[in-house]
Design a protein around this ligand. Structure first.
Ligand code: FAD
Length: 516
């Protein structure tokens, strides 16, 4: 069972992309966020203990975040014997989700606040009402729900961090920091965005970007917005539009755009968050905090009581996992975070049953591999990987990374214009884009409609981005299926696709439209 080994070294000095994924220069605050102590039941008090050598495991899931817990429960429900290994820590992040997405997977009862509508402010004081309900996930309720599902399905649990995985033809050995080793047929890593020591990612492509946000849950008087509406994205200038405003622009060191995200829990208890949608390098928490307090001052708001601070650090984009490696990944570890929004919670919860079925099928097909009649565990893993990151999913991801790279190039005005156009698209398009549910063909329609609805300025930037950014060509290659060494026929397909996009673009530009 020792064909290949990936071991997390005892002294971890992350480099390159992994350094960024762990928090870069803000790694201490990222660690502080992860180490928050909240009163939630211990997994070890509810789940039966995983004792090495006493069980014959089909699957080990590494990591007890939402992705790991839901996958453990779903695979165990399929009849697999499943072990869950990871530190016994609470859910600490303040998650927000679209209500319809949580409703669709039967988790509405895990939302502790629901807003019937969602508001967006670009550069005027009139909100754009999106017409979609938004909810705050109760960390306690979601974790309790997933824990109950794990318990019911018979998931076994061990409280330890994992330091390495040894993969062999008939199974894998998970080596834990508590000194124990546990064997199983397959392993799925769900240890979050910074999993580079357990999972191998593709080389090349654009580097990882980061969505950062500094948040505070506070008591205030005179909340200036409608407390029954989710204040989703407020791109108005955090310094207000007062005198001297234009001159200040020149003095700002970091002119990258940020927006206010505010959840009115009650009319006086508010979760405010200043957010950088995506940046490379990441915008620092210091800068976000500075902007948030200036914004509150501009709004004449004074913090009376501080309940909680949040340091939200979400790596977005970057490389996909290598889909031929012998163990699997899920959730943020599998780069399932939407590159252009930073969301992944609803996607992981929604896709877990399907991925669980793919794992179960792959394992079933491997039965008898010892006698040569079935597939090896590596082949089983590859089959499951193909389900999670199919060609179609890779096309969607390439498109979304193209979108992310476009967002990274926008200044404040460009960002406002982008979202103004985005929310004027037909509802199924913008909703589908946010939910990662548009097919790769739908996404071309989405781009086309952005082009049609956008100003000439936005059209120009879209075309320029497609033609000049390496991700433009990469996206076309992935769509044409020639990302690794084009064959002449496929190359012709890429060129034809590029020519088609350019022709449509040219025609639309010549037809005129909004001007910016
Ligand atoms: C503050 C914050 C707010 C966010 N808000 C939203 C939001 O509103 N909506 C949304 O959709 N997304 C949001 N995200 C992004 C994303 O959905 C979350 O990061 C989500 O928690 C990812 O789930 P996960 O289970 O994949 O990983 P994680 O939640 O990161 O869980 C990983 C688990 O693995 C464990 N682990 C780590 N290393 C090891 C190891 N070596 N061995 C064993 N276990 C290990 C960790 O202790 C942790 O329990 C937010 C992220 C952050 C940080």
């Amino acid at each position: 069972m020792q064909a290949s080994t990936i071991i997390a070294p005892e002294i971890e000095v992350p480099e390159g992309q992994e350094y960024v994924r762990r928090g870069g220069p803000d790694a201490d605050l990222v660690a502080k966020q992860a180490a928050k102590s909240l009163d939630q039941p211990k997994l070890a008090d509810t789940l039966a203990a995983l004792i090495p050598g006493e069980c014959n495991l089909d699957l080990i899931v590494v990591g007890c975040g939402p992705a790991g817990m839901v996958l453990a429960a779903e695979t165990a429900k399929k009849g697999l014997s499943v072990g869950l290994i990871g530190p016994d820590v609470p859910f600490v992040n303040n998650y927000g989700v679209w209500v319809d997405e949580f409703e669709a997977i039967g988790l509405r009862h895990c939302l502790d606040v629901i807003w019937q509508d969602t508001a967006l402010y670009l550069d005027s004081d009139s909100p754009i009402l999106v017409g979609r309900g938004y909810g705050r996930v109760s960390r306690e309720l979601l974790r309790a729900e997933l824990l109950e599902r794990c318990a019911k399905a018979g998931v076994l649990y061990m409280d330890s961090s994992v330091r390495g995985i040894d993969d062999g033809a008939t199974g894998s050995t998970v080596r834990c920091r508590n000194g124990q080793s546990v064997q199983s047929k397959l392993v799925t890593v769900a240890s979050g965005a910074a999993s580079g020591q357990l999972i191998e990612y593709e080389k090349g492509g654009p580097g990882v970007s980061v969505q950062t946000a500094y948040g505070i849950e506070v008591e205030i008087d005179n909340y200036p917005f409608d407390p029954t509406v989710m204040h989703f994205m407020d791109f108005r200038d955090y310094r207000g539009a007062g005198a001297g405003h234009a001159n200040l622009d020149d003095l700002e060191e970091d002119q990258r755009p940020t927006f206010l995200y505010a959840m009115p829990i009650t009319p006086t208890r508010i979760f405010f968050e200043e957010t950088s949608l995506a940046a490379r390098p990441a915008m620092s928490f210091d800068e976000l905090k500075r902007r948030l307090y200036i914004r509150l001052k501009t709004l004449n708001l004074e913090v009376k009581t501080m309940h909680e601070e949040e340091w939200s650090y979400i790596p977005v984009g970057g490389a996909l996992p290598v889909t031929t490696q012998p163990h699997l990944a899920f959730g943020a570890a599998a780069n399932m975070v939407h590159p252009a929004t930073g969301y992944s919670l609803a996607r992981s919860l929604t896709e877990a049953p399907l991925f669980a079925a793919q794992i179960a099928t792959a394992l079933e097909a491997s039965t008898g591999s010892a006698s040569g009649s079935g597939r090896s565990m590596k082949e089983a893993a590859c089959a499951a990987w193909d389900g999670l990151w199919s060609r179609e999913r890779k096309r969607q991801s390439a498109f979304n990374v193209f979108g992310l790279e476009l967002i990274l190039r926008q200044d404040l005005d460009g960002t406002r214009e982008f979202f103004d156009t985005f929310f004027r698209l037909p509802e199924p398009l913008w909703k589908g884009f946010l939910s990662s549910s548009l097919s790769s063909v739908d996404l071309l329609g989405f781009a086309f409609m952005m082009f049609v609805k956008g100003s000439n300025g936005l059209r120009y930037r879209l075309i320029e981005h497609l033609v000049t950014h390496p991700q433009g060509l990469r996206m076309l290659q992935v769509y044409a299926g020639v990302e690794t060494g084009p064959k002449p026929k496929q190359l012709a397909g890429t060129v034809a696709l590029a020519a088609f996009v350019a022709t449509v673009a040219y025609m639309m530009t010549s037809m005129g439209g909004n001007t910016s």
